[in-house]
Design a protein around this ligand. Structure first.
Ligand code: GLU
Ligand code: MG
Length: 445
């Protein structure tokens, strides 16, 4: 990851990238990061400025630590709003030409102070710190984030009313889906599945597991790519937690497995369904922190229109083998593929905050030797066998405010900025009807 390289090396790496990109016909490079509200914000430079940007970063306003989904801002500490500058430093390890945006390349950015030190509120930096803490404990993590979206026509209506998982949608959208697949593959991603989802106009793509920070980068790249292909087809894309009132939403499920010494700790162990003790404790840690983690992974008022029973959204604080109403669905199978799927997170979430928060909570579970509670083998929506997760943003905020673990892991500055954004969005939409909330956020993420 690039900020770990010294400035001179970043410049040298950029120089060789410029030659390569110029011969690919690239004119401009866009640097992306995701704010606390879940919106991807960017700066872009002409290719000729990439070297300078890699060395010094490009300017970015720190008040975006407190930007909301509607581009307004939560109040900043007295007098700091318009003042100051951060530098967006592109990670050249992830620099890639964008297959569906000819002439453009993309890189995820770290946010740094002007002297090059990491900005304490950089969400990607938080995820990286959490991943490094896992590595220091002798573990590694493989992660993947599913992307679900609704594709709509120019008027904003779902572009296909074909049945859920229906072949109709693949026929109607075969050119489009093929282009999505080709673009993702051309960008170096390994697509595992691409298919119609349940809600009207909804599709899903999943990609191969990788390191946790890389998985968050990839989630950002996949979303931009789907949007770019959609735009070329005259279509609009929504990643809002829910597109239409009452329907199934857009999840952003996090798949995760803990590894040690080349061994997947979700497979072949003495615990339930082959879990190793370390994996049980890690998952217990995440379950214990889940209500507070929702402030990271279900961050908007609209998130709680999705996180409801009987929507396969994982609205219950429990785990179960292949249980799609459990927040934590355990998936067994091959030694390489067994993993835990956190279903309760949605597509409004900043993937770096989700990854960092889940890893921090899992590590705390390991530290405490937390026992994994009994499994929930049935449908809690039908049997009442498990506790509901927070049912509104204010409930998630209340859990987050009590989380010493997340305060410590995020660091005071990032923790407070996230809190300010959540409180401001809860206030922004107080008194809105559900329909008005969806209207306000449908095209924002
Ligand atoms: N779309 C569902 C959600 O809101 C998930 C469906 C599934 O993949 O199980 O998370
Ligand atoms: Mg799905």
């Amino acid at each position: 990851m690039v900020i770990t390289y010294p400035r001179s090396e970043r410049a040298a790496r950029a120089r060789s990238a410029v030659d390569r990109l110029a011969s690919d016909g690239i004119d401009a490079v866009v640097f992306g990061w995701v704010d606390n509200a879940g919106i991807t914000r960017v700066k872009s430079v002409p290719l000729a400025r990439l070297e300078h940007a890699a060395e010094y970063g490009v300017g970015a306003v720190p008040c975006f630590d407190r930007s909301l989904v509607d581009d307004s801002f939560a109040a900043a500490p007295a007098g700091t709003g318009p003042v100051g500058d951060l530098r967006l430093v592109p990670d050249l390890d992830r620099l890639v030409p964008l297959a569906a945006q000819p002439g453009w390349a993309w890189a995820p950015a770290d946010r740094c102070a002007q002297d090059g030190a990491p900005h304490p509120s950089c969400q990607r930096g938080f995820a990286r710190r959490a991943a490094e803490a896992v590595e220091r404990r002798g573990f590694s993590v493989k992660a993947g984030i599913e992307v679900e979206w609704v594709v709509a026509d120019a008027a904003g209506a779902p572009a296909t009313l074909g049945p859920a998982y229906g072949m109709t949608r693949v026929v109607e959208f075969s050119d489009y889906l093929r282009e999505v697949l080709r673009a993702l593959t051309a960008q170096g991603l390994t697509v595992l599945q691409l298919h119609p989802e349940y809600a009207a106009g909804q599709f899903e793509v999943s990609v191969a597991a990788e390191g946790p920070v890389e998985a968050a980068d990839t989630a950002m790249l996949v979303r931009h790519t789907v949007r770019a292909v959609s735009t070329r087809h005259g279509l609009r894309v929504s990643y809002a937690p829910v597109f239409a009132e009452g329907s199934v939403g857009n999840g952003s499920h996090l798949h995760l497995s803990l590894w040690r010494g080349g061994r997947n700790l979700a497979h072949g162990g003495p615990g339930r369904h082959g879990l190793h003790p370390d994996a049980e404790q890690f998952l217990a840690g995440v379950l214990a922190e889940l209500p507070a983690l929702l402030a990271l992974g279900a961050p908007g008022v609209a998130s709680y229109l999705r996180l409801v029973p009987s929507h396969f959204a994982g609205a219950y604080r429990c785990w179960g083998l292949e249980n799609r109403e459990a927040a934590l669905r355990l998936i067994t199978g091959s030694a390489g593929g067994a993993n835990a799927e956190f279903k309760c997170f949605d597509a409004a979430a900043n993937p770096y905050l989700v990854v960092g928060g889940v890893l921090a909570a899992g590590l705390a579970g390991l530290d405490a030797g937390l026992p994994l509670p009994p499994e929930t083998p049935d449908d809690p929506a039908a049997t009442g066998s498990a506790e509901r997760l927070p049912a509104s943003l204010p409930e998630a905020i209340a859990a987050y405010e009590k989380s010493a673990l997340l305060r410590q892991a995020l660091g005071g500055e990032l923790y407070e900025a996230v809190l300010a954004v959540r409180q401001a969005e809860a206030e922004l939409f107080a008194g809105y009807t559900d329909a008005d909330v969806l209207e306000a956020v449908r095209w924002r993420y």
